[in-house]
Write a protein that binds this ligand. Structure first.
Ligand SMILES: Cc1cc2nc3c(=O)[nH]c(=O)nc-3n(C[C@H](O)[C@H](O)[C@H](O)COP(=O)(O)OP(=O)(O)OC[C@H]3O[C@@H](n4cnc5c(N)ncnc54)[C@H](O)[C@@H]3O)c2cc1C
Length: 328
C-alpha cells in the first residue's frame, strides 16, 4: 500500500482536527485496510479512532430511546440484552454480519461508512466503471450482485451496509461531528449517489465523522430476514428490515427497508403502503412483497433478485410478528 502518516487520536476533537483533506478515519480497519492494500483508497494520513473512549458505548433505554456511539463494536451490540429484546431487527442483522472475528473488530460507524463490494470498484475501475469505449462495465459485464432498482443511472453497485437497513426501518438518526460542530440527520441521509469516480458516497462534510446513532423509543414490533449464498461469512444477497406499529392486530404504521437491491439503502414505500391497515398474514405479506417488487429493472444477470426480494420481504414481515411459516 501507499505510505501514509498515522495519527492515533484519543479524543473526538483531536480526530476531527487531524482529518485534513486526503485523510481517512479508521476504526476497526476491516474495510479501509483492504481498500488500502488494493490501492482503491490511498490516504496520505490515517486517523485511528479506536482509542477515542468517548466514541464507544451504548446508553439509554428502549422506553425512551437508545444511543449507540459510532466506535461501538458489533460484538457489543450483540451483548446488549435491551437491543436484542426491543430492537431485534438490528440485533438479528448484526448477528449475521461477517464472522465473530469481524464483529469483534468492526464498528458501527465503519459498518455504516463502508464502501461497496462491487468487484469493478474493488479492482480499481471506480464506482461508475466505464471502459475506454464508454461502455458501463457493470451494465455490460458481470452484474449478478448489482442493483435492481435505480438501474437507469450509472450507480449500479449495491449498497453494502447491513446495519443501515434495520436502522432506517427503525427510524434511527445519525449525529455527525466536524469542524463546524454537530448535526443530526436521518441515517438514510448519510448516503448519496456519486456523480463521478472521484465523488464521495456520503453526505458527511470534509472533516466530519459519525459520532453516534440514536434509536427512537421502541414501540410496536420489528424484525429482519436475509438471504445469502450459504450459511457462512458473506454479505447478504437481499435483506430486509421492518418496523411495524399496530392498532389491535392491524398495522397502523410501517417502515420497510431493503438491502442488496439499490445503490442506496432502499426504503420500500410500496410495501409499507400495502401492509398498512391490514393484519400481517402470509397472504398480506406476499401482497406487500409483490408491491415492493414493482418497478424493479434488473440487469442482465440479476433477475433472481426480484424473486428473492419478494421472498425476503414476505418473510421479514412475518418474522416481525413471530411467524416463521417456512420452517413449519
Ligand atoms: C468476510 C467478511 C464478511 C462481511 N460481511 C458483512 C455483512 O454481512 N454485512 C455488512 O454490513 N458488512 C460485512 N462485512 C464488512 C464489515 O462489516 C465492515 O468491514 C465493517 O463493519 C467496517 O467497520 P470497521 O470499524 O472495521 O471500519 P473501517 O474499515 O475502519 O472503516 C470503514 C470506512 O468507514 C469510515 N469510518 C470508520 N469510522 C468512522 C466514523 N466514526 N465516522 C466516519 N467514517 C468512519 C472509514 O474512514 C472507512 O472509509 C464483512 C467483511 C468481511 C471481511
Amino acid at each position: 500500500m501507499k505510505a501514509f502518516e498515522y495519527v492515533g487520536a484519543t479524543s473526538v476533537d483531536q480526530a476531527v482536527k487531524a482529518l485534513t483533506p486526503g485523510s481517512s478515519a479508521m476504526a476497526g480497519g476491516t474495510d479501509l485496510m483492504n481498500r488500502m492494500k488494493d490501492y482503491v483508497t490511498s490516504p496520505d494520513r490515517v486517523v485511528y479512532l479506536n482509542d477515542v473512549k468517548e466514541l464507544a458505548g451504548i446508553s439509554g433505554d428502549p422506553t425512551s430511546g437508545v444511543t449507540i456511539l459510532a466506535g461501538t463494536r458489533l460484538a457489543d451490540i450483540l451483548a446488549s440484552e435491551s437491543i436484542k429484546k426491543s430492537y431485534s431487527a438490528l440485533w438479528q442483522t448484526t448477528s449475521d454480519v461477517g464472522t465473530p472475528q469481524i464483529r469483534n473488530m468492526a464498528s458501527v460507524g465503519g459498518n455504516l461508512m463502508q464502501h461497496p463490494r462491487c468487484w469493478y470498484y474493488r479492482s480499481g475501475f471506480g464506482l461508475l466503471p466505464k471502459s475506454a469505449d464508454g461502455k458501463h462495465m457493470l451494465r455490460e459485464g458481470d452484474n449478478r450482485y448489482a442493483s435492481i432498482f435505480m438501474t437507469d443511472g450509472d450507480a449500479l453497485y449495491a449498497h453494502p451496509s447491513s446495519l443501515a437497513i434495520p436502522l432506517i426501518a427503525l427510524g434511527a438518526k445519525a449525529t455527525l461531528i466536524g469542524p463546524e460542530g454537530e448535526r443530526t440527520i436521518d441515517v438514510a441521509d448519510l448516503y448519496k449517489i456519486p456523480v463521478s469516480n472521484t465523488d464521495t458516497l456520503f453526505t458527511a462534510k470534509p472533516g466530519e465523522i459519525l459520532k453516534s446513532i440514536s434509536l427512537p423509543a421502541s414501540t410496536g414490533k420489528n424484525g429482519s430476514f436475509e438471504a445469502r449464498h450459504k450459511q457462512a461469512h458473506d454479505w447478504p444477497l437481499v435483506m430486509a428490515s421492518a418496523s411495524l406499529t399496530f392498532t389491535g392486530d392491524t398495522v397502523s404504521d410501517a417502515r420497510v427497508a431493503v438491502y442488496g437491491v439499490a445503490p442506496l439503502p432502499w426504503r420500500s414505500k410500496a410495501a409499507e403502503e400495502a401492509i398498512k391497515g391490514k393484519p400481517v398474514t402470509v397472504e398480506t405479506a406476499r401482497a406487500a412483497a409483490a408491491a415492493a417488487a414493482e418497478g424493479a429493472k434488473p440487469l442482465t444477470m440479476n433477475a433472481y433478485k426480484v424473486a428473492m426480494l419478494k421472498t425476503v420481504i414476505t418473510r421479514t414481515l412475518c418474522v416481525t410478528v413471530g411467524n416463521r411459516y417456512w420452517e413449519a
